[in-house]
Design a protein around this ligand. Structure first.
Ligand SMILES: Cc1cc2nc3c(=O)[nH]c(=O)nc-3n(C[C@H](O)[C@H](O)[C@H](O)COP(=O)(O)OP(=O)(O)OC[C@H]3O[C@@H](n4cnc5c(N)ncnc54)[C@H](O)[C@@H]3O)c2cc1C
Length: 224
């Protein structure tokens, strides 16, 4: 969107990285932006079920850091202050893979290493500090609502999971689905009589495991 006209209410489904960044962008264009998240979300850097790699090591590559810094200028400082490594990763990271250490070189660009919950916490804090953005957690989106002729999405049907009763319908001028790879948008669109969007899939075939170690200060490599 290139105009600065504001519209009514935008609903963003999912309060993970895409949802929080989308809300930040939409906050410039809508009077109200409401983020709807199925998980309970606390004001702490803690793991939660809907975070895909929540307890794994997390790397934020240089372009991602640049884009996030554009929207949240104090992000690199806040990351570093909280213990993240914000540096030229190819120069300062020791990367052991396929039986050997990777060559180290200066890339001339900063990236960041930290836990995923910490990164998301900083982005969430800054997004929710915007006066027209709110987050409703414990709230699962069940379906889109539409006009009778099903030509326009009018909002969503949600299930509150925090003790409030049952299902509610929330209206919106724009709905953005940021519910990740488990998104039900294809089924919702088919139920409205539209073809599901074409999907392409790239299989990476890589397993992933993370283990935390305490470094021995006497080990000379701990200075690297
Ligand atoms: C093992 C692994 C390691 C990874 N490592 C990295 C890495 O090091 N660096 C990196 O940049 N990326 C990494 N990724 C990729 C990264 O996790 C994803 O690109 C990113 O999480 C996608 O963000 P998203 O907001 O689109 O979706 P998601 O993070 O999947 O978030 C979707 C959100 O929607 C919520 N939701 C789902 N359904 C509903 C519903 N019906 N109603 C309401 N809310 C709902 C979920 O709870 C969740 O909060 C890794 C992924 C995996 C699996």
């Amino acid at each position: 969107m290139t105009t600065t006209n504001t519209h009514g209410r935008a609903l963003v489904l999912g309060a993970s990285m895409a949802g929080l960044l989308t809300a930040r962008v939409l906050s410039k264009h809508f009077d109200r932006v409401t983020i709807v998240e199925r998980d309970p979300v606390n004001d702490r850097p803690e793991a939660r079920k809907g975070q895909p790699q929540t307890r794994h090591l997390h790397g934020l590559l240089a372009s991602g850091l640049d884009i996030m810094t554009h929207y949240y200028p104090d992000l690199p400082d806040a990351l570093a202050a909280g213990g993240a490594l914000v540096t030229d990763m190819t120069e300062h990271m020791r990367w052991y893979t396929y039986g050997g250490y990777r060559q180290r070189f200066s890339m001339g660009r900063r990236a960041a290493l930290m836990s995923r919950p910490f990164l998301e916490h900083l982005i969430r804090q800054r997004t929710l500090a915007l006066p027209n953005v709110t987050l409703v957690d414990n709230c699962a989106v069940q379906a889109l609502t539409t006009t009778d002729d099903r030509r326009r999405v009018t909002g969503v049907r949600v299930e509150r999971r925090n003790g409030e009763i049952g299902e509610q319908v929330w209206e919106a001028d724009l709905v953005v689905d940021c519910t990740g790879r488990g998104s039900r948008s294809p089924q919702w669109l088919e139920a409205m009589g539209y073809a599901a969007p074409a999907e392409s899939e790239v299989k990476v075939g890589v397993g992933y495991a993370t283990r935390l170690y305490r470094r021995d200060p006497a080990d000379p490599r701990s200075q690297d």
